[in-house]
Design a protein around this ligand. Structure first.
Ligand code: CA
Length: 228
């Protein structure tokens, strides 16, 4: 997701919409606001949003109905419902109506932000293909199976993650630091040579000989070149 995620807020209370607009802009999101259900439904129907924050209590239409109408249209944009009522039935109804999550008012901005991030991560994953093919290699992220020219290849989870990252971004050069962060995590403490060791094992298992698929870009890092 290279563009800033675009969030639609459907809520009639100006104090809340302004608080959300300011806070979300600060966090790097683009924000659009609809102050009633009819306008909100029209905007949401165009489907150009990454996420919708939907208040249950709207002047002309309740949020549950609006959510159901969007889902009936086949709109799968993640929806977080805001509800003033704390009754459990509301929560159940919020999820039954097709909402992905709910937050009860008064809510903390930090909590809402965490839920927004979680929803965007989930929807981002859904949008990614699970079956990758290049240079005779087939990688399936759902079954965790890899084949090379039809022969199964057994990879460790780290090798699998490395290969998946390369196959998702052919020709892109990854530095050792980037690979450490993406595969081992930001809290990994250790030498970047661990990357070289795993790349070397991965190449061996793939029978990757020069000119390699996984190329060493001297002084920089590695890149996956499926052609030539
Ligand atoms: Ca409201």
């Amino acid at each position: 997701m290279h563009q800033k995620p675009h969030i639609l807020i459907i809520e009639d209370e100006p104090t809340i919409t302004e608080l959300l607009r300011t806070g979300l802009n600060y966090e790097g999101y683009r924000v659009s606001i609809a102050a009633d259900g009819k306008t909100g439904f029209a905007s949401a129907s165009q489907g150009a949003f990454d996420l919708i924050i939907l208040d249950v209590m709207l002047p002309d239409m309740d949020g549950f109905t609006l959510c159901q109408k969007l889902r009936a249209q086949g709109n799968e944009t993640p929806i977080i419902m805001l509800t003033a009522k704390q009754e459990i039935e509301d929560r159940v109804m919020g999820l039954d109506s097709g909402a992905d999550d709910y937050v009860t008012k008064p809510f903390s901005f930090a909590e809402l932000l965490a839920r927004i991030r979680a929803q965007l991560r989930r929807s981002g994953r859904r949008a990614e293909p699970t079956h990758l093919e290049a240079a005779g290699i087939v990688l399936d992220t759902e079954t965790h199976e890899v084949t090379k020219d039809g022969t199964p290849i057994h990879l460790t989870p780290t090798e699998f993650s490395l290969l998946e990252l390369f196959m998702r971004h052919p020709r892109r050069v990854f530095t050792r630091e980037t690979l450490l962060n993406r595969i081992w995590g930001y809290d990994y403490i250790g030498d970047t040579s661990v990357v070289d060791v795993h790349i070397s094992h991965l190449r061996e298992k793939l029978g990757d000989r020069p000119p390699r698929l996984i190329r060493t870009i001297y002084g920089v890092g590695y890149a996956f070149h499926p052609k030539e």
